[in-house]
Design a protein around this ligand. Structure first.
Ligand code: FAD
Length: 472
């Protein structure tokens, strides 16, 4: 891609005005690095348009001049998709000023908003109308709806409500040539040909810029029940999930796996965190159920699940949250698992999925093989086990050299992803492809699948200006 000329940048600055144009190195710096500092890029400028019309005008100039555009939301992505390359030729397009809630249609149960609204603000807008927008991630205070939709984010409520792509009825997209596609429809049924919005959802900014969305809302739960249970192994945890499904009749909202080592990391690093159970167990699950009615008797239902689990020897002990504070304590044990690994030295991450029924076999085999390859490695496998999605993370052996450990990232990825492939799984369950996994997906998908993806990319972005070097 050619470096944008001073004239091109001046034309873009005219579109967004001085408030929306950043080319000072210090001011650009936060947009050029992601939180783990795995990717650090350079850019010719950062543009912060305030309206869809401004995004469209920028894309027209970019298309005409062949300028590469890197869309960026809250910059919480974990695969480097939102970070420009090191060439300094690309322009970052931040949606952060497009943060308006457009309309809440209570009768239609939908929320229309700009793509730069944070996930937390979208949740609050729904809550203020007595509704629920169920997408929930630990990064929700910072990540934006546009980023969530572009990565098809998952999170902790997928089990009940689906991924981000299941929560969208309409989209507004600016195409690579600057045209605006107004697909802000709030229809629950619409079979008029190809479902275009699904192409843009999960495309990580490589096919178009999402500028607005119509999201589905749900009844706000009136009651919640949460438990922290000790389970002997992962296979038992999966069986317990099926017991919970059957006993509750589909009330389970979250079912999250916590390993003993992860709990120990949290207890030693997070102030106020403590082990909720008296005896040590190799694994735990955090189970949450929700119901629309305040009189659903959820605590009793969850107690019945736990009793059945004990009876079948699927768990050894459990505690039910008796207050909001205790519920928050349980969730903190789960939500801080990522963060505490940073305090234990280097960590090599895998965001993978396999069929839920294969979860136990996958974790057992992958643990045995990485431990054989790297004695002393500390496996911290946790997360959305109810969706068959585990963050199979490796913390460096205690006292090992961090750089030497991280130098084995590729080797460990190849080993773990090889097992995932053999088990019919995915090497990127919810974080996307970005730069991190771009070269690997070619080995994972069938030739026809990759060629179809490339053909779509060429059709929608013939000059290759949208987020080059990412995904395909
Ligand atoms: P960014 O990081 O800014 O961008 C992500 C990608 O989307 C990039 O490719 C970018 O180019 C593209 N993009 C952004 N906005 C647009 C737009 N408007 N139009 C077109 N393309 C765009 N993810 C999960 O799925 N589940 C989790 O449970 C989860 N937990 C996390 C916990 C923590 C602590 C952190 C730091 C991250 C977590 N993530 C999780 C990853 C991340 O938060 C999600 O991928 C999130 O959806 C990214 O949103 P963002 O606004 O930060 O996007």
């Amino acid at each position: 891609m050619p470096k944008p000329t001073p004239e091109t940048l001046a034309r873009m600055k005219d579109v967004v005005g001085p408030k929306g144009f950043v080319d000072d190195a210090a001011e650009m710096a936060p947009y050029l690095v992601e939180r783990r500092e795995l990717y650090v890029g350079r850019a010719a400028a950062v543009l912060k348009p305030a309206t869809t019309a401004e995004v469209s005008a920028i894309l027209r100039i970019a298309h005409e001049t062949g300028t590469a555009i890197v869309p960026q939301g809250g910059n919480t992505g974990l695969v480097g998709g939102q970070i420009p390359s090191g060439t300094g030729e690309e322009v970052v397009l931040s949606l952060s000023r497009m943060n308006r809630v457009r309309a809440l249609d209570a009768g239609n149960n939908t929320l229309a908003l700009d793509a730069g609204v944070t996930l937390a603000a979208a949740q609050t807008a729904a809550e203020e109308a007595g509704r629920l927008f169920p997408l929930s991630l630990a990064s929700e205070g910072t990540c934006q709806i546009g980023g969530n939709l572009s990565t098809n984010a998952g999170g902790t409520a997928v089990l009940r409500y689906g991924n981000a792509r299941d929560l969208v009825l309409g989209l507004e997209v600016v195409t690579a040539s600057g045209e605006v596609w107004d697909g802000m429809r709030g229809l629950r049924k619409d079979n008029t040909g190809y479902d275009l919005k699904q192409l843009f959802l999960g495309s990580e900014g490589t096919l178009g810029i999402i500028t607005g969305a119509v999201l589905k809302l749900f009844p706000r739960p009136q009651s919640l029940a949460t438990a922290f249970a000790a389970v002997p192994d992962v296979a038992s945890a999966v069986k317990l999930l099926r017991v919970a499904d059957a006993v509750s009749g589909g009330m389970v909202t979250a079912f999250e796996l916590v390993p003993r080592i992860g709990l120990e990391f949290v207890v030693s690093h997070v102030e106020g965190a403590s082990d909720p159970l008296p005896d040590v167990s190799p694994w735990y699950v955090l189970i949450e159920m929700s119901a629309g009615s305040a009189t659903a008797g959820l605590d009793e239902t969850l107690e019945a699940v736990l009793a059945e689990g004990l009876e079948q020897a699927l768990l050894s002990d459990a505690v039910l949250a008796r207050s909001e504070a205790q519920r928050a304590d349980f969730w903190r044990l789960r939500e801080t698992l990522s963060e505490v690994q940073r305090l234990e030295g280097g960590s090599i991450k895998h965001d993978v999925s396999v069929p839920v029924s294969a979860m136990g076999a996958f974790i057992a085999r992958a643990t045995a093989e990485v431990t054989r390859a790297m004695p002393g490695v500390r496996v911290v496998a946790f997360g959305h086990i109810g969706d068959g999605n585990v963050h199979f993370n490796l913390s460096q052996p205690a006292g090992a050299d961090k750089a030497a450990f991280l130098a084995r990232w590729g080797e460990m990825n190849a080993l773990v992803h090889g097992i995932v492939r053999e088990m019919g799984g995915s090497i990127s369950a919810e974080h996307g492809v970005g730069q991190l996994k771009r070269d690997e997906i070619a080995a994972t998908k069938a030739r026809v699948e990759i060629e179809t993806m490339r053909a779509l990319k060429r059709a929608l972005d013939p000059k290759g200006i949208l987020n080059p070097g990412k995904v395909v």
